[in-house]
Design a binder for this molecule. Structure first.
Ligand code: TRP
Length: 448
């Protein structure tokens, strides 16, 4: 079968970064940082992103490009023993289920972004009530906005990887970066911002050993880098053979952690600025507020404080957030869709239609039982399923995949790789260090 391919390494980096950079960076990371003591969380997140997530990302990219297949077939095909093949397929299925569950809550949050994007427009044209409805939490509003977002995702996935994914990724990243930096520059001039900066950048080391903080930081790092469901494996399968994989992987890691860091630099100071403007940012128990609504409370307050231009800035911000969400959600939907197309001979259109409808049904179930399901699904998928599946992928890369096949794969894009630091460290890393560390973190999370 003819597989799509990215036209250049550069567009691949953009597409993979487009998948990685999304709500996880700008909604998830700052919220998690605020809830877990700020700087201590930031530090732990950075350590885990480079120490664990980067090597795990490399495992997915290398296996994907070598096998040029979805995760079910990929893990099956690198194994030779029947039992390993079976475990490989099971891991692939688990990845697909996880990707679908992630998309089911992701689409809800992305729907909120669409609502916040439309609100300033509605208010500008005098539809105040509509504007209020778009931004106020409500079951009907949640479901309607989610359905719009799923429709958008399905339409792009239906167009296929080259047209669909590349086009949307190309302009997003530079625009997002520029807007974030401009907003940070603005927020830092406002009263209260330095308190936020201190909270975000001066760590309280005693908090860093808190098991909750470590598990959250681990989940955040794996979520933000789109690991453990087969997304990056699939993207790797579309990359050209001459691309230098370790470099590509580091660029994606740097872009992803960089944007998350900047988002924190915006949101945490913005919380303290908002406090000066009358928003309560401490809960009854004296800790900073968090929760899924955090940035929807804090950022609009900041935009309003800008006066007339605030309306435009807010609109631009939520447009970019919606695009960032789309370039991520398509990478989630691609996981089950490519499996259905490649293993069950379904047409791309049919697969997209059925799978996005099924995932939307899950979203509706979450919307109808929001308090019971929303946080639970997030925790189950990002804190447990993603790290566990990543651990299995590392084990496959370290113990099942032939070392020589890996080396030959990497040599295509980098003939001298054998003498590089990467090749000295990474094989040992995926074989022992990553699985052991993930195992320990999950274990201590279960115990405490
Ligand atoms: N990483 C994306 C974000 O930060 C979300 C995402 C896309 C994702 N594909 C994924 C998360 C696969 C986990 C697995 O918003």
């Amino acid at each position: 079968m003819q597989r799509g391919q990215f036209s250049s390494t550069f567009t691949f980096v953009l597409a993979a970064a487009g998948s990685a950079v999304g709500l996880g960076n700008i909604w998830g990371f700052p919220t998690n940082a605020a809830e877990n003591g700020g700087a201590g969380f930031l530090l732990m997140y950075l350590i885990l992103a480079f120490l664990l997530a980067y090597p795990a990302l490399m495992a997915e990219l290398i296996i994907g490009r070598h096998t040029r297949a979805n995760m079910v077939m990929a893990l099956d095909s690198i194994a030779t023993r029947q039992s390993a093949k079976k475990l490989g397929r099971l891991t692939g299925y688990a990845g697909m289920v996880t990707a679908s569950l992630i998309l089911s809550f992701y689409a809800i949050v992305a729907g909120w972004m669409l609502g916040s994007m439309a609100e300033p427009v509605a208010s500008f044209f005098g539809f105040e009530a509509l504007g209020a409805w778009l931004t106020a939490f409500g079951t009907a509003r949640n479901i309607i906005l989610t359905s719009l977002f799923m429709l958008l995702t399905g339409l792009i996935i239906n167009a296929g990887v080259e047209q669909g994914i590349e086009k949307w990724s190309r302009r997003l990243m530079p625009s997002l970066l520029i807007l974030l930096i401009a907003l940070i520059a603005y927020v830092l001039t406002r009263e209260g911002a330095t308190d936020g900066l201190r909270h975000y950048l001066v760590p309280d080391f005693s908090q860093m050993t808190n098991p909750d903080l470590i598990v959250s930081a681990l989940g955040q790092a794996f979520f933000s880098m789109s690991l453990g469901v087969g997304t990056m494996l699939i993207y790797g399968s579309y990359i050209r053979s001459d691309a230098n994989l370790p470099m590509v992987g580091s660029l994606v890691t740097l872009a992803d952690t960089g944007i998350a860091f900047l988002a924190g630099l915006l949101v945490l100071p913005a919380m303290f600025v908002a406090q000066n403007l009358g928003v309560a940012i401490y809960g009854d128990d004296g800790s900073l507020i968090g929760g899924p609504n955090l940035i929807f409370q804090v950022l609009p307050t900041l935009f309003e404080s800008m006066g007339g231009v605030g309306f435009l800035v807010g609109f631009a911000f939520f447009v970019l957030m919606s695009i960032a969400a789309v370039t991520s959600s398509i990478s989630l939907l691609e996981v089950p869709v490519s499996y259905a197309v490649e293993n069950h001979n379904m047409s791309r259109k049919r697969a997209t239609l059925w799978l996005s409808s099924a995932i939307f049904a899950l979203s509706v179930a979450i919307c109808l039982n929001f308090d019971a399901l929303f946080d639970a699904v997030i925790s189950l998928t990002t804190e447990w399923a993603q790290p566990l599946i990543s651990m299995l992928i590392c084990l496959f890369a370290g113990w099942v995949f032939y070392r020589n096949s890996i080396l030959n794969e990497l040599k295509q894009g980098n003939p001298d790789i054998e003498h590089s630091l990467f090749w000295k460290l990474w094989p040992v890393y995926v074989k022992f260090v990553c699985p052991a560390l993930i195992g320990v973190i999950i274990f201590q999370g279960l115990l405490f």
